[in-house]
Each structure stands twice: as structure tokens, then as C-alpha cells.
Design a protein around this ligand. Structure first.
Ligand SMILES: *Cc1c(COP(=O)(O)O)cnc(C)c1O
Length: 421
């Protein structure tokens, strides 16, 4: 459930009419609902209420400081994958001991930054990285908590670009070599082995791959303990999917997911960390856009919007579906017609949907892309020199711009022309 509903014939975010935001901030613009973020975060906490846990929000899904602050104030930890994300989490007021650092290519400066600022744990993804972190820590005279990300070789049954738990993916170390790698980690200076980490992919709509992966983690944990490692934490990653189509059967709920965790690793007396991103923020955001033109093609009509692939990349990148709805509620029984919904960028890939069924649309009307809160704004660019899309947060009956649209002056001012040209 989210807080984007039609009220008095107009789509609202909580108690704010989205048309009002479009009028004040312009379009395209991302709009997030604080109540929805709070609700979704609460569902994960509830799902793990049976044990010691930390819900670490995957910052890469939405890294706006206001979103991080809201979740951090609710008690969320953060899962970061770069120095920039680490600094964002800190700037949002999240203490270092609630930040876990994941990612396949952490650099020495990034690792140093996290050690100096405080870190809950590094999730190590390879032996060279493990040795580099050990050397860094030894040089700094510190010891840091680490988990090793294992690749359990399970098929997450999701889009190939967001599957990460198969042996042919670049992530983690093969689970078959884990015992050996943990032995080296324990022997290296500067590292304190505390846990096991796994993340098998994103937008999973079936619990079976989680069950298979977590069962392997449980077996590994027992084997590592038998080798003398004090495993006290399990980081089980993120990946629980969300409904992208309102008319479709829904993926499992956080509560069901928590049950799978309990059944697979619940008897190990470990603190449980999870790293949901999409499930917390995906349906807590929409992208608003205005129709620029309705163009009659040979055999179809094109709805040309002021939002484009540079603002919302998922359809072009993954063939992803987003429901597109008019801000004015269609009257009951109103007819629909098919439109190819496109943006103005000079790429055929800049097509959001072919044959979208919408009521008759005219230039100037407003639409919302639903489920756009995760992997939306964070993947936006200024391709075609289109200003970076702004972001707005709604709470109750008020809203605030949480990232302003740059001016053309801002954009041009970032380049410089060398004196020798
Ligand atoms: C992307 C990612 C997540 C979050 O995935 P969601 O599908 O957004 O929940 C969590 N952990 C790691 C290591 C990731 O790479």
C-alpha cells in the first residue's frame, strides 16, 4: 500500500495534489511520500521483530539526503557501495556503526574514509580486496569488523542485469571456497571476522531463491563455527521485489520474507542484517511529467512527454514497466486509447511504453509514472543537456523541494574552456 491515491478526482501524494507540485516546481519532477517510506521501513522491522536485527537501507536505490535522514531517524542503518554514498549516509546523520560497506571495487581512499568516519562492517567481495583492507588497517593500527560476501550460485529468477547470485556474476566469492577465504581473513591483521554476507539480486518476486541462498548461508555458518570463527552476524542482502503493475498479483510481503529468514537461519542466534532498497522506496515515489505534444503517427498516436530516458532510465535499460496514469482521475466508463509514450531525447530507446491504454490526452495534461522511487532519480543524467530532474518530499499536507532543478547557468558553469583553446 502507498499514499498516492485519487482524491476529489485528482491524484494526490498524501494530502497534496500532485498538480500543485507540478505547478510550483515544474515538470519533470520526482515526488516521494514520507508516510509511505515510514510504512515500508516499519514492515521490515516488523518482519524481523523476532530477533536482533538492523535494516540497512540500500542507499544506491535512492540517495537523496532527505530520504536518508527520514529513514535514519527511524533507526535505519545504511548499505553503501561507494565513498560518495558513505558521505551521504553520514551527512544525513546516520552514525558509522549503522553503516555497512558493500561493493565489488572499494578503493583504498574509500575504505580509509569509512574507517576514519566509523563503520559497522565491510562486506568483502574478493581476496585482493580483503588483503588491501588488511594492509590499510594494519598501517592505520586499527581492526575493523568484516563479513565475506559469498556467491551461493542460486538463480534469483529475475532480470539478468539485476541477478547477482549466480557463479557467472562478478559478485562475492564462490561459496565453495568460503572456508579457505575465511581462514585467510582470520589470519590477516586488521580484520575481525564477524559475519557472512549474501545478496542474490533485485526485484525477486519469489521467495524460493532466498530460501535456497539462506539455507546455504546457514550451512556455511555452521561449518565456519566448527572451524573456530565467531560468526555473530548474517547480512542477508536486499532484493525483495515490488508490484510494478497495479493489476497484477503482488510479490511476497516483507512479513513472509521475514518468515523465510526465520526458518532458514533463525536458529543460529545471529544478529540479522538486511539491505532492502527497492521495497522501501520504489512505491514511495512517482515521476510527474507533462504532455508536450500528441502526435499522430502512421498507425498509432505518440504521447510526447517532457520526461525522458535521462530522467527515468529503467524502461530503456531493463525494459522495465511503470504504470503511467493521468493526474486527473478518468471518469468511470471513460474510453481509453493506445498511445506510444515517449520522451524528447534523440534515441529510439527513449520509449517508456508502446500501446499504453490511456484516456484521450491533450498537450499540457499531466501524468505520473508510478513505482518510480527506486533506481529513478539516482540513475538520472543530463543527457541531451536536459537539467537534472528535481526531487520533492511530501509529508501530510506540505511538501519541500529536496533537490532543486539546476539552472542552465549551473549546468554550463560546470564546464570550463582551457585558455589554450
Ligand atoms: C542493490 C543492492 C541491494 C538492494 O537491492 P534492492 O533490490 O533494491 O532491495 C542490497 N544489497 C546490495 C549489496 C546491493 O547491491
Amino acid at each position: 500500500m502507498d499514499h498516492f491515491q485519487y482524491k476529489h478526482g485528482e491524484l494526490h501524494a498524501e494530502d497534496v495534489a500532485l498538480s500543485c507540485i507540478a505547478q510550483h516546481v515544474g515538470t519533470p519532477v520526482y515526488v516521494y511520500s514520507a508516510a509511505t517510506l515510514t510504512r515500508h521501513f516499519g514492515l521490515f522491522r516488523q518482519a524481523l521483530a523476532w530477533t536482533d536485527h538492523l535494516v540497512c537501507f540500500a542507499v544506491k536505490s535512492n540517495s537523496n539526503l532527505a530520504v536518508l535522514k527520514l529513514l535514519g531517524d527511524l533507526g535505519a542503518g545504511m548499505d553503501v557501495v561507494s565513498g560518495g554514498e558513505y558521505l551521504r549516509a553520514k551527512a544525513a546523520g546516520v552514525p558509522g556503526d549503522r553503516i555497512v560497506f558493500s561493493g565489488v571495487g572499494k578503493t583504498i581512499p574509500e575504505m580509509r574514509m569509512a574507517i576514519e568516519g566509523g563503520i559497522r562492517q565491510f562486506n568483502l567481495e574478493s581476496e585482493p580486496e580483503m588483503r588491501a583492507l588488511s594492509a590499510l588497517c594494519a598501517g592505520m593500527g586499527v581492526e575493523v569488523p568484516v563479513a565475506v560476501r559469498v556467491n551461493p550460485d542460486v538463480d534469483a529468477k529475475t532480470h539478468e542485469k539485476i541477478a547477482t547470485g549466480r557463479s557467472d556474476n562478478k559478485f562475492g566469492i564462490p561459496i565453495s571456497r568460503a572456508i579457505e577465504v575465511y581462514a585467510e581473513a582470520a589470519a590477516l591483521p586488521g580484520l575481525r571476522v564477524v559475519g557472512v554476507d549474501v545478496h542474490i539480486g533485485s526485484q525477486l518476486t519469489d521467495l524460493d531463491p532466498f530460501r535456497a541462498a539462506y539455507a546455504k548461508v546457514a550451512d556455511l555458518t555452521r561449518a565456519l563455527r566448527a572451524e573456530g570463527h565467531a560468526i555473530t552476524r548474517l547480512d542477508l542482502g536486499g532484493g525483495l521485489g515490488i508490484p510494478y503493475r497495479r493489476d497484477n498479483s503482488a510479490p511476497p510481503l516483507p512479513l513472509d520474507y521475514g518468515q523465510v529468514i526465520r526458518e532458514t537461519v533463525g536458529d543460529l542466534a545471529c544478529e540479522i542484517e538486511i539491505e532492502p532498497g527497492r521495497n522501501i522506496v520504489g512505491n514511495a515515489g512517482v515521476l510527474l511529467s507533462q504532455v508536450i505534444y500528441v502526435k499522430r503517427g502512421e498507425d498509432r498516436d505518440f504521447l510526447i512527454l517532457d520526461a525522458a530516458m535521462n530522467d527515468l532510465l529503467r524502461p530503456a535499460m531493463y525494459g522495465a514497466h511503470h504504470d503511467i496514469v493521468p493526474l486527473i482521475e478518468p471518469s468511470v466508463g471513460a474510453g481509453v486509447q493506445p498511445y506510444d509514450v515517449v520522451g524528447p531525447v534523440c534515441e529510439s530507446g527513449d520509449t517508456f511504453r508502446k500501446g499504453a491504454e490511456l484516456p484521450g490526452m491533450a498537450a499540457g495534461q499531466l501524468v505520473a509514472f508510478r513505482s518510480a522511487g527506486a533506481y529513478g532519480a539516482v540513475m538520472a543524467s543530463e543527457y541531451n543537456s536536459r537539467p537534472l530532474v528535481p526531487e520533492v518530499l511530501v509529508q501530510g499536507d506540505h511538501f519541500a523541494v529536496i533537490r532543486a532543478r539546476p539552472t542552465y547557468e549551473d549546468m554550463l558553469g560546470r564546464d570550463s574552456i582551457p585558455a589554450w583553446l
